[in-house]
Design a protein around this ligand. Sequence first.
Ligand code: NAI
Length: 464
Amino acid sequence: MQKIPVVLIRGDGIGPEIADAVVQIFDAADVPIEWIEKEAGLSCIPSCPSGLPEETIEAIRTYRVALKGPTTTPVGRGHRSVNVALRKALDLYANVRPARTLPGVPTRYPNIDLIVVRENVEDTYIGIEYFQTPDVAQGLKLISRPGSTKIVRYAFELARSLGRRRVVAVHKANIHKLTDGLFLECFREVAREYPDIEIGDLIVDNCSMQLVTRPEQFDVLVMPNLYGDIISDLCAGLVGGLGVAPGGNIGDHYAVFEAVHGSAPDIAGKGIANPTALLLSGLQLLRHLGLAMHALVIERALHRTLEEGIKTRDLGGTATTEAFTAAIIERLEIIQLPEEEQKTHPMNLGAIPLRYHRPAEVRCVGVDVFLEHPGATFPELPQQVGSLQFVALTNRGTRLSLDEPATVLLVDHYRARYQTADGSAVEDDHIVALLQQLTSSGIRWMHVEKLFELDGHRGFSTEG
Ligand code: NAI
């Protein structure tokens, strides 16, 4: 069988030890992979201060698939996270984390077999944050229609290819009505194209509670970035912790598989690291490549090893990394796979058809001005500037009654809303005139948000 080139990044800390274990097991199982070794993380510093050499990114662009060991991110200084940089450079928009009960690994609940599909690029992770005033920091939560469509479609395709029955969207659309509301709308639209798959949706707090009371009910879960970050670690905890939690970062063209855990500097070099999470990530990679039979052979050997009580210390055993690896290799048995088990994860979905919404009419019907005003009194604002009338003043989302003293804690960050009295469109020069008036009244404003109506539908929140 012709060998498939796959980029291998051993990483640092325990990375090289657990990567060696995976390479040995794959070799023993005759997996037809040729490793293309590249570096990232501490091992390539100081020659590459970013920790991610261009050569490594280029290799993944060429060979499309990589297995990556953990890499250390220095705290407060040094290079940024190699993982975040890779996700952005290769547009790896889907983070796929299976959580499955393993035999021999004690957990509170049996029979967990779910997959968390986390959007990997958007949400609060776009990293756009500002100090608006000395006392108030703001971060943007950005959810897009194309980005949500992509991740939801990926989740449905994954479910279908793995014979999964149900996909549940996790959100907080009761509070984040526009952002999470858009995610949910995309979920419902895409779901119509998959009538063979059951759907559901759950608010993230309820989902968390149900995950720790009845986790066996879940199949595939799809969610925006921040909820996915938290929920997927919760799910890792349900099935035995970081040592057994695999993951894949997948885009239209490239895929990087890696364990959820980090470089574990506390145990690096001691020969006691658990290679299971990276091995399971490697099995995800094999299925991604269509090598389902090799994945099953290795998975069965891993299960037998654990069942027989051969485990590393983090799982309550005494085996070293080397002994655990050797035990898995001893238990490899070539099997003939029944046809239905040969189903594989799609290699890639190619360019996913996206949804863009182009309303026939977009009208600006007002403006929110964010301004700084320290102290216990309210800012004094002009009631009318041109066609724009003052409508409301809020502080941390609470609407203030200007005739009475505040009954809430006031911070130095206010939002003043202005709209036209007759609902007519607001032009840019009306807004400029308002800002000039505020400036000349000595009011320090930080930014403005235009209030849009899209085909007559309000595109801004009226609460808060
Ligand atoms: P960590 O996941 O490296 O370690 C947390 C705890 O779990 C430690 O006690 C460690 O010994 C244990 N542990 C983790 N993996 C294990 C394994 N395979 N076998 C046995 N025990 C294991 O998290 P920590 O300490 O917060 O991060 C260390 C470094 O790793 C940091 O620089 C962090 O930025 C980086 N990191 C890298 C990731 C990646 O490359 N994918 C992901 C997460 C963190």
